[in-house]
Write a protein that binds this ligand. Structure first.
Ligand code: DGT
Ligand code: CA
Ligand code: ZN
Length: 580
């Protein structure tokens, strides 16, 4: 028999049978069937006869381990490239599950457990679940396994396309320090989407000035962590780092530096708009220089570049081509008032060992004090979140007493007693009113019962916003960056409801979330909604995510006055009281 052009070759057939066996195991099907598929895959893999001959002579069943049913499937795969029964089977298992199996030490049994017990169906969700300590509770797992899985996931992520900005930060800093340390380098900076504070980045762009670019290039391609040199010319080098990230370095003369830095900071949309604006003003702007007629205009830095063009300085975070040039040209808001990490006066949304956090309330309190913060809003999971150790009414009351004790030990630190309440399917909160009434604040979040119906989801959230006990709305869309789209919701409608009912909106600062997206923040604050930059910390280190959140807030153009936890502590206290 001659296979049609759609038919699979032997290797692919082996792979399909192997995957089918895994799918059967994950679905909990008959173990004999699981083994039959795996056995057939192995037998074909070891085949030394010609497959097409065996098929033509109907001798497939002569192979040990291949029965009549499987022989028919192999014929289908060889002839049509597919088999109906295997297709049906594969459709029952989310494709992300198979990607998980690439994690070392993570087999079908573990995949089955996390899918069934935690609803995890992608590598990204699995990573998130590990970070939230969800795996240690599962039978057959433990702290060590969880840690191993995390290491495995990082290894997998090495060659994926984009990555979280936070994941590139260490390497960006290290490479910048390396370039800056070169004796001939005058100035150097990280550019690109990283500098603009975008939530994900494709690569690391670096720009440097030097009188000896060749020497800088030669050093750069030999830097620690460089695994492969993709290209190296006289002014540009591209390398692949051991982490899988690509890094590009451009080296120019120091006169050109502000222009080159500006160009490679982008964004492309901002660059294109700025060039056409410059042209209208009689200038010509490119990546090396600003000129007017025959005259080359030297600028010391980017500030001078914008000033020369008659524009207010536009910080990198705002250079997205979202109308910022028009604002700067109108002499509109100068962005020197953008929020910075030092403006943060305290934090809300912090978990402890009482639910699924790693540290005690006391440890979290000490960490907040160490960071110079005046208050900590503790909000463990509510009782419906049984998978996350949600608090019973009694446990919540005990945490309140614990908070009082801890506060005595940390004078100057206020602990606001709160809860991260699940928004139940009907939009109600997870405790009776008299329990909620005793709390200082309530974060209402959707954690389960995601539905694809935008209207239903929006109504559910708006119902929670209308609840007089809701103080703020947690991670509004439920997205996980690079992993899972948020559930469909009508964000403008929710913003409107929050404005009307004086509910703050969280900017969840976890680098996987950064939810609400910065692209919506402007509309929220323009409607009068207050934003809370919340770390959603599950351990002490998680508190520092607040810096990522502040970066996203800057991209949204927010000033401290727009951000609840950048207000003076007394104003925060008053706002919370005003809600009640
Ligand atoms: P990424 O890498 O996808 O996270 O985002 P970027 O913005 O870092 O993009 P990248 O690395 O491709 O290029 C860096 C900057 O170079 C970009 O922000 C603006 C500038 N650039 C790149 N291509 C063009 C272009 O075709 N026209 C203009 N005007 N600028 C460009
Ligand atoms: Ca880039
Ligand atoms: Zn949380």
């Amino acid at each position: 028999m001659n296979a049609s052009s759609r038919g699979l070759d032997l290797d692919r057939i082996v792979a399909v049978l192997g995957e089918a066996s895994v799918a059967l195991e994950i679905l909990g099907e008959n173990p004999f069937k699981v083994r039959a598929y795996a056995g057939a895959a192995r037998a074909l893999d070891a085949l030394d006869a010609d497959l097409d001959t065996l098929i033509a002579e109907k001798r497939l069943t002569d192979i040990k381990g291949i029965g009549k049913g499987l022989a028919e499937k192999i014929v289908d795969l060889r002839r049509d490239g597919a088999d109906p029964e295997i297709d049906l089977l594969m459709r029952r298992v989310p494709s992300g599950i198979f990607e998980m199996l690439a994690i070392p030490g993570f087999g079908p049994k573990k995949a089955k457990a996390v899918w069934e017990k935690l609803g995890v169906t992608t590598v990204g969700e699995l990573e998130y679940a590990c970070n939230e300590n969800r795996l240690i509770e599962l039978p057959g797992f433990g702290e060590k396994t969880q840690e191993k899985i995390l290491v495995g996931i990082r290894a997998l992520a090495r060659y994926a396309g984009r990555r979280l900005r936070a994941r590139a930060a260490d390497e960006a800093a290290r490479l910048l320090a390396f370039v800056e340390s070169h004796p001939s380098v005058v100035r150097a900076a990280v550019a690109g989407s990283f500098r603009r504070g975008l939530e994900t980045v494709k690569d690391i762009d670096l720009v440097a000035s030097s009188a000896d670019p060749t020497a800088v290039m030669a050093a750069f391609v030999k830097a620690d962590g460089v695994e492969e040199v993709i290209g190296a010319g006289s002014t540009k080098a591209s390398v692949r780092l051991a982490s899988g990230l690509q890094a590009d370095l451009r080296v120019v003369g120091d006169d050109e530096f502000p222009h080159t830095l500006h160009h490679f900071t982008g964004s492309k949309a901002h660059n294109i708009e700025l060039r056409s604006y410059a042209k209208k003003k009689g200038f010509a702007l490119n990546e090396y220089a600003l000129t007017r007629g025959d005259e080359t205009i030297r600028v010391a830095d980017e500030r001078e570049l914008y000033a020369t063009l008659g524009l207010a300085y536009i910080p990198p975070e705002l250079r997205e081509g979202h109308g910022e040039i028009a604002v700067a040209a109108r002499g509109g808001r100068p962005w020197s008032d953008l929020i910075a990490p030092a403006d943060i006066t305290g934090i809300f949304h912090c978990h402890t060992v009482a639910s699924d956090g790693k540290n005690t309330l006391e440890e979290m309190a000490a960490a907040c004090r160490d960071r110079g913060w005046a208050y900590l809003g503790v909000s463990d999971h509510s009782r419906a979140a049984s998978y996350a150790g949600g608090l019973s009414i009694d446990e919540l009351a005990r945490q309140g007493e614990e908070a009082d004790r801890v506060m005595e030990r940390f004078p100057g630190l206020t602990i606001y007693k709160g809860i991260e309440s699940d928004i139940l399917p009907d939009g109600s909160l997870d405790y009776p009113d008299d329990v909620l009434d005793k709390l200082d604040f309530v974060i209402a979040s959707v954690h389960s019962g995601f539905v694809a119906d935008e209207k239903k989801m929006t109504d559910r959230i708006v119902t929670a916003v209308k609840n007089p006990f809701t103080t703020m709305l947690g991670h509004l869309t439920g997205r996980l960056l690079l992993t899972r789209e948020g559930y469909p919701v009508n964000v403008p409608k929710i913003i409107e409801a929050c404005a009307e009912h004086r509910v703050a909106i969280e900017l969840n600062a976890n680098p996987h979330r950064l939810d609400l997206d910065w692209r919506h923040l402007r509309a929220a604050v323009d409607a009068g909604v207050v934003i809370a930059v919340n770390p959603d910390a599950h351990r002490i280190a998680g508190l520092d995510h607040v810096a990522e959140g502040v970066m996203a807030a800057r991209k949204g153009g927010l000033a401290p006055r727009h951000v609840l936890n950048a207000w003076a502590p007394a104003a925060v206290a008053q706002w919370l009281k005003g809600k009640r």
